[in-house]
Design a protein around this ligand. Structure first.
Ligand SMILES: Cc1cc2nc3c(=O)[nH]c(=O)nc-3n(C[C@H](O)[C@H](O)[C@H](O)COP(=O)(O)OP(=O)(O)OC[C@H]3O[C@@H](n4cnc5c(N)ncnc54)[C@H](O)[C@@H]3O)c2cc1C
Length: 251
C-alpha cells in the first residue's frame, strides 16, 4: 500500500521567494533553492474488505491493466469503471484475456462515445450496466470470482474470474501543494511550460505521476525525473553563476 500524505511526513511547506521551506514531521526545517516534487498519484479502490485482502496478497486485484494484464492471458477477468480510462483498460484486456466483464454502476458510460462504442463492439467484452461489486471471491490466496448485484433489481450473481481490475480513477498526492501550485481539476500539478518540469513557482519542479494523468508508468516517471533534475540544475546555474553545470552540453 502506498503511503498517504499524512504518513509520508511532509506536512508543511512554504514556496515563496528565492528560498523555499519544507518541514519534515513538523520538526526538521529545510531551506532550499529548488525542489522537485514526485509524490505520485494513488489509484482509487472500491474499499471492500475482500478487494483489499486480495490486493494486499497480490492475489488478483489490480488498478493497472497495462501493468498486470499480461498475468491474466487467456483467462476471464472483471473490470469496474465507466470512464475513458476504464474503457481503454477493458479494451486492452480484451486483447489478452478470454473474456472481460465490465461492471458499470449506472445505466450508461461516463466515457466518450468513441471509447464506449469501442468497448461495446468488442465481442469478448460483456458490459453489465446498473451493476455493482458486492464482494471479490477467492480461495484465501487468489481471486476466483466476483459477486455482483444489480442495483435496480437487487439480483445477485457470481462471475467466475481470476483477475479483478479497478479502473475508477486516480488521486494525485498533491493536496499539500494546492496553496502554491497550479493544479488541474483532478489535482494533477500543471506544467507551467509544456515539455519541461517547471511549475508556476520559480525553482519548484515536478516529475512523475503527480503531473501525469496520461501515462502513469515507471519509465515515464523516471524520464520526467531526469528532466526535473536537469531543469533544477539549470535553474541553480542561472541563479548562481559559480554553480557548475555538469550537463552544459544539453543546453
Ligand atoms: C499496482 C501497480 C502496478 C504497476 N505496475 C507498473 C509496471 O509494471 N510498469 C510500469 O511502468 N509502471 C507500473 N505502475 C506505475 C508506476 O508504479 C508509477 O507510474 C510510478 O511509480 C510513478 O512514480 P512516481 O515517482 O511519480 O510516484 P510513486 O512511485 O507513487 O512515488 C511517490 C512517493 O511519494 C511519497 N509521497 C506522497 N506524498 C508525500 C508527501 N506529502 N511527502 C513525502 N512523500 C510523499 C509516496 O509515499 C511515494 O513513496 C504500477 C502502479 C501500480 C499502482
Amino acid at each position: 500500500m502506498k503511503q498517504t500524505l499524512e504518513t509520508a511526513g511532509l506536512p508543511k511547506l512554504i514556496f515563496h521567494g528565492d528560498i523555499h521551506k519544507v518541514w519534515v514531521n513538523d520538526e526538521k526545517e529545510i531551506h532550499c533553492d529548488t525542489i522537485i516534487i514526485s509524490t505520485g498519484a494513488s489509484a482509487k479502490y472500491l474499499g471492500l474488505d475482500s478487494e483489499q485482502k486480495y490486493l494486499k496478497l497480490g492475489g488478483g486485484v489490480s488498478a493497472c491493466a497495462v501493468c498486470d494484464g499480461f498475468f491474466y492471458r487467456n483467462q476471464e477477468v472483471v473490470i469496474v469503471g465507466a470512464g475513458d480510462s476504464a474503457c481503454e483498460e477493458a479494451h486492452y484486456l480484451s486483447k489478452l484475456c478470454k473474456k472481460v466483464t465490465m461492471l458499470v454502476r449506472r445505466d450508461e458510460f461516463r466515457a466518450s462515445k468513441i471509447m464506449a462504442s469501442r468497448v461495446k463492439n468488442t465481442p469478448n467484452i460483456e458490459i453489465l450496466f446498473n451493476t455493482e461489486t458486492e464482494e471479490v471471491l477467492g480461495d484465501g490466496q487468489v481471486v476466483t470470482g466476483v459477486r455482483v448485484v444489480n442495483n435496480q433489481t437487487n439480483e445477485k450473481h457470481d462471475i467466475p474470474a481470476t483477475g479483478f481490475f479497478v479502473a475508477i480513477g486516480h488521486k494525485p498526492n498533491t493536496d499539500i501543494f494546492k496553496d502554491y501550485l497550479e493544479l488541474d481539476e483532478t489535482g494533477y500539478i500543471v506544467n507551467a511550460k509544456p515539455g519541461t518540469s517547471k511549475t508556476n513557482v520559480e525553482g519548484v519542479f515536478v516529475s512523475g505521476d503527480a503531473a501525469d494523468h496520461v501515462y502513469r508508468q515507471a519509465i515515464t516517471a523516471a524520464g520526467t525525473g531526469c528532466m526535473a533534475a536537469l531543469d533544477a540544475e539549470r535553474y541553480l546555474a542561472a541563479k548562481d553563476s559559480t554553480f557548475e553545470v555538469s550537463t552544459s552540453t544539453y543546453n
